[in-house]
Design a protein around this ligand. Sequence first.
Ligand SMILES: *[C@@H]1O[C@H](CO)[C@@H](O)[C@H](O)[C@H]1NC(C)=O
Ligand SMILES: *[C@@H]1O[C@H](CO)[C@@H](O)[C@H](O)[C@H]1NC(C)=O
Length: 168
Amino acid sequence: MAPNLSLSSTIKLSVILMLAMFSFTTAREIKLPALFFQNDPATRILVAGPRDYRFGTINILDNRITAGKSRFSREIGRVQGANITSSLDGRKAVIEVSIIFTSGKYNGSTLELQGQASPRADVREYAVTGGTGKFRFAVGYAVFETVARDAQYSVDRGDITVRFVENL
Ligand SMILES: *[C@@H]1O[C@H](CO)[C@@H](O)[C@H](O)[C@H]1NC(C)=O
Ligand SMILES: *[C@@H]1O[C@H](CO)[C@@H](O)[C@H](O)[C@H]1NC(C)=O
């Protein structure tokens, strides 16, 4: 009988511990304030493939993310990763990037963005596949729209909705 008793008390203890863990975390869904992505030729580099965005062009970027649309707006994060022209006709690109918050209440936390879209489309949607810090267990989506563009430089507005587990 003794081993059975200790097994059942182990199970009870595990259940109590699990309940205690759940009571300290809560799932949340939020839409972040708009982020502005500064697509600056000075903060990206062509690492492989054709220069003019055809199939196989790979750029690595470390772009500023700002609170406002202006390129002189305050930095609140960086977006770092790869932008790959992925369709044979050169019209679609896959991005694989991390957003790293560098100020504000999410300073130090990150979000992972991934997906394929047409850079020329009015609205592009990417998946949020994970996060760290305040965004542990994040899943969600990001909607991008180009709000300023000249020959070399463009600015995208990104609206990100995430579900994540808030650590209390
Ligand atoms: C963001 O966090 C880093 C590392 O903890 C710290 O050095 C930096 O001063 C913080 N930046 C702001 C603007 O709070
Ligand atoms: C990726 O490259 C395309 C050009 O093919 C560009 O229009 C787009 O803004 C870039 N995306 C990012 C996130 O840098």
